[in-house]
Every structure is written in structure tokens, then in C-alpha cells.
Design a protein around this ligand. Structure first.
Ligand SMILES: N[C@@H](CCC(=O)N[C@@H](CS)C(=O)NCC(=O)O)C(=O)O
Length: 239
């Protein structure tokens, strides 16, 4: 059976990491038996990030490599029924959300003071007194540096949220009134779209990006539908 190595639930989400949410939805879509191993340490992934899976003798990290592994080993085509042009659209939206919008969410959680206070307490509040103040400071410094190297961290707060808002507007416009992102059945991109929207609208972190998401009734309804379908959890209103 496949083991999904992921984080513990947090902030009202089954996993605080959108990539771990994505990987778990892909496992559910593939219909393969799996178990989850929630951990705190991303070092448990072979590349120092999560999600990761262990499948027999194979351990691999990265949600997209997990997708390719599932397609290779089960024969499933997550995007069955999509034309080459539709596959290209799905690919482009997924990469936009994972490679840009995600970083706006990182800024929102790890840099914005109000959210950071909650994030710091959630992830590091259980550490012994001295390390409890030191470790979060070092982690936040590393994330600030990562955002600077990635590029987003060089922009003003308004510019950063402006990028995320443009991304969510594009997602809302494309989703329109479809049940799933590419039509009447879920495809791989739904794992990403759901995860990236949920990561912003579910946690109780106020931000212009969350305000924008909540302005799009179709995004809010989509997140609730996907949550109910894939997690079966009681559907609470987004805060
Ligand atoms: N491209 C990777 C991204 C995974 C990723 O960025 N995971 C983050 C959590 S959202 C992580 O584990 N970060 C730990 C770290 O950077 O130390 C994927 O698709 O799985």
C-alpha cells in the first residue's frame, strides 16, 4: 500500500500544505489504497519537502512526480477525455497556481504579522522555551530570503497581492459555472485548483487575496464541493 508522507492537519485544513492536499486528492482520484503518515519534519521527504510517497521500494517527493508515478503504475490518465489544447490549458493553470500564486500564500502566512503569529504558535509553540523563540526567527528569515530569491519578495505588499488577485480572477473566469475546472468530471488540475483556493479561503487569515476569493461565489462553492467530495468533512462556511 502507498504511504503518503504529509503534514498534520492545521488551520482548518486536512493539511496546511497545498501540495500535500493536491497529492492526497490525486491518490483519491486514482482510487488506490493508501495510508497517511503525518509528520512535522519536511526532511522526511527525499528532497527536503513534502508531500512524499513510499510505494514498495520507491520513495519519491514532489506532487507532480507523484502524479506521474500514479499514472505510470496504475495506467490511469487523470486528464482522460481532454483534448491536447485542454490539457495545455490545465497544465498552464496548474503551473501558474503552483509556481506563482503559491508564493503569494507563503508571503501571506509567513511574513504578514497577524498570520505569522498564528503560524508561529501552531508550528513552533510546542518547542522548549529558548528554541521556541530562536527557531521561528531563523525559519522566517529563511522564508524571507527564499521569497527574495524567487522574486516575489522584492515587491510591495500591494504588488504581491495584486499578482495573486489576478491569478484568482483568471481561475474564477475559467471555472465559470463548471462543476470541475475542465468540465463535468474532475481532472488532475482540480487537485491543484482546489488546494490553492482552500489554502487561502479556509484558514482564518485575513488578506486581500482571501477577500478576492470570497468575492467569487463560484470559487467559494467549488472549494466547498471539492471539500465535501474528497474529505467528506462537514462543510463549514469559509471564515
Ligand atoms: N514542487 C513541490 C513543492 C512542495 C513544497 O513546496 N512543500 C512545502 C510545503 S507547502 C515544504 O515542504 N516546504 C518545506 C521547506 O521548504 O523546508 C511539490 O509539488 O510537491
Amino acid at each position: 500500500m502507498i504511504t503518503l508522507i504529509k503534514y498534520h492537519p492545521a488551520f482548518g485544513l486536512p493539511d496546511p500544505s497545498p501540495f500535500c492536499l493536491k497529492a492526497e486528492i490525486l491518490l483519491k482520484l486514482a482510487g488506490v489504497p493508501y495510508r497517511v503518515e503525518p509528520v512535522n519534519d519536511p526532511g522526511r521527504g527525499p528532497k527536503g519537502k513534502l508531500p512524499a510517497i513510499v510505494d514498495g521500494g520507491t520513495t519519491l517527493g514532489d506532487s507532480e512526480l507523484i502524479r506521474l508515478h500514479l499514472e505510470r503504475t496504475t495506467g490511469i490518465d487523470f486528464d482522460a477525455g481532454l483534448s491536447p489544447a485542454e490539457r495545455a490549458v490545465a497544465h498552464a493553470f496548474a503551473r501558474m497556481l503552483e509556481e506563482r500564486t503559491y508564493w503569494v500564500g507563503v508571503y501571506m502566512r509567513w511574513i504578514e504579522p497577524a498570520a505569522w503569529a498564528v503560524v508561529r504558535e501552531t508550528f513552533f509553540g510546542g518547542l522548549p522555551p529558548v528554541v521556541r523563540s530562536l527557531v521561528p526567527m531563523l525559519v522566517q528569515r529563511r522564508i524571507r530570503r527564499t521569497l527574495h530569491l524567487q522574486g516575489l519578495g522584492r515587491h510591495s505588499r500591494d504588488e504581491i497581492y495584486g499578482f495573486g488577485i489576478a491569478d484568482f480572477r483568471a481561475v474564477a473566469a475559467h471555472l465559470a459555472d463548471r462543476p470541475y475546472f475542465m468540465g463535468s468530471r474532475p481532472t488532475a488540475v482540480d487537485a491543484t485548483v482546489y488546494a490553492m483556493i482552500a489554502a487561502i479561503v479556509v484558514p482564518d487569515f485575513a488578506s486581500p487575496l482571501k477577500d478576492e476569493a470570497l468575492r467569487h461565489a463560484n470559487l467559494v462553492a467549488y472549494e466547498r464541493r471539492m471539500r465535501a467530495q474528497f474529505w467528506g468533512a462537514p462543510v463549514a462556511a469559509a471564515a
